[in-house]
Design a protein around this ligand. Structure first.
Ligand code: PHB
Length: 388
């Protein structure tokens, strides 16, 4: 009898050892953070990293039972360096997972490398439509948006407000081009007309000549995509030219998210659409905001939410495979089926791996992008060209 107990205990011990060994063999999870830590998008990169780390903290420092080791690369929002940068993470550092990035052009280079190598990539911002379109892949997910999404929502809002003509102004690169195309689709479907599309090269901020052109043409509205440091400068220049008094300036919420401290009076009253807003006042968002403000002594913005949700998505996938990333189909399947409990409100993932989410209309009041209403509910990117 006692021998049998001893044997049973030994077997149990051996099994426990094997299980522990199994975990130990998996070792730390190497997470590559490829984000802008310099240039016009620096604040966005920092907010994404903060959000990601906040969620990891809440999970006790581990994801799918594995401790995390970070490897960081400053991508400088430079597409010319993107392939080399992402290959450092994949080939030199042998990371298990990549989180990145902000700039659409850099994100596309990352998606190409991830698709070729099979490395898991979660995009916490870069909206390039192609990433969840023709470039879509089972190992690539986005926790943010496609450039089309907030833009289309704003186009619908502008048309409903009775605006008939609009000029657009943006940086000449994928995010700007696709944002303008999304706005145009929503606006023209509602009876409006985009009369002229103006651009400056990324990341230039010399707007004067184009603002003079807008003032002369007097459209009913202006639609603009800028973000980070460029958004601060553009919104201030628009107001300094007196245009904010005569022609409403619309945009996706990036124009005023994380920037209001610096934009001050120039941004007051602006309407934008985004998948996040101040004053959502849900239990989920309130607890996120308190935790973020306590940890970083900063107010969170949309970028912080996207970083936080990238960690949530990674945890959902890794928990389903108990930390074993070789189980690729199970990993992806778990995220595909999930309802992600985001501070922005719950969202699901489309067939092409992009969030299906509500877009809020927000109005700048003081230092907040105050919730006005839900502009478009459960908006899914069309995922044009994605075959999976
Ligand atoms: C992008 O390049 O996709 C991009 C950059 C900054 C934003 C939004 C989109 O705020």
């Amino acid at each position: 009898m006692s021998q049998r107990i001893a044997r049973t205990t030994l077997t149990a011990l051996a099994l426990a050892c094997i299980a522990t060994l199994g975990h130990a063999q998996q070792g730390k999870l190497k997470v590559g953070l490829m984000l802008p830590y310099s240039g016009t998008y620096t604040a966005l990169g920092v907010a994404i990293e903060n959000g990601f780390k906040l969620r990891v903290d809440e999970l006790g420092g581990k994801i799918g039972g594995r401790e995390i080791e970070y490897v960081k690369v400053d991508d400088e929002s430079d597409p010319a360096k993107a392939t080399d940068n992402v290959n450092k993470l994949i080939k030199r550092d042998n990371v298990d997972v990549i989180i990145g990035t902000v700039h659409s052009g850099v994100t596309m280079a990352m998606a190409k490398a991830a698709k070729e190598s099979g490395t898991v990539l979660i995009v916490p911002n870069g909206g390039a439509d192609a990433v969840t379109g023709p470039m879509c892949a089972p190992n690539i997910f986005r926790s943010s948006f496609s450039n089309w999404q907030p833009a289309y929502a704003m186009g619908e809002v502008a048309a409903k407000q009775g605006k008939k003509t609009a000029m657009t102004i943006t940086w000449k690169y994928a995010a700007g081009d696709e944002s303008v195309a999304g706005f145009k689709e929503g606006f023209e479907k509602g009876g409006g007309k985009v009369t002229k599309e103006l651009t400056v090269p990324f990341p230039n901020v010399e707007f004067q000549a184009l603002l003079t052109e807008i003032a002369a043409a007097k459209p009913d509205a202006v639609y603009s995509f800028y973000a980070g440091g460029g958004a601060v400068k553009f919104v201030k220049d628009y107001a300094a030219a007196g245009l904010n008094k005569t022609i409403p300036l619309y945009g996706p919420g990036f124009l005023t998210d994380g920037t209001l401290e610096a934009q001050g009076d120039a941004a007051q009253g602006m309407l934008t659409t985004l998948h996040y807003a101040d004053g959502l006042n849900t239990a989920r968002d309130n607890s996120f905001r308190t935790a973020y403000a306590t940890k970083f002594k900063l107010q969170p913005d949309v970028y912080a939410v996207q970083g936080y949700d990238a960690a949530q998505m990674l945890a959902i996938g890794l928990n389903a495979v108990k930390g074993d990333l070789t189980k690729k189909a199970e990993f992806s399947g778990a995220i595909e089926k999930a309802k992600i409990d985001s501070p922005r409100g719950p969202f699901t993932i489309s067939k092409s791996h992009n969030p299906v989410q509500d877009f809020y209309l927000r109005k700048v009041e003081g230092k907040e992008n105050k919730l006005v209403n839900v502009a478009v509910k459960g908006l899914a990117d069309p995922g044009r060209g994605c075959k999976m």
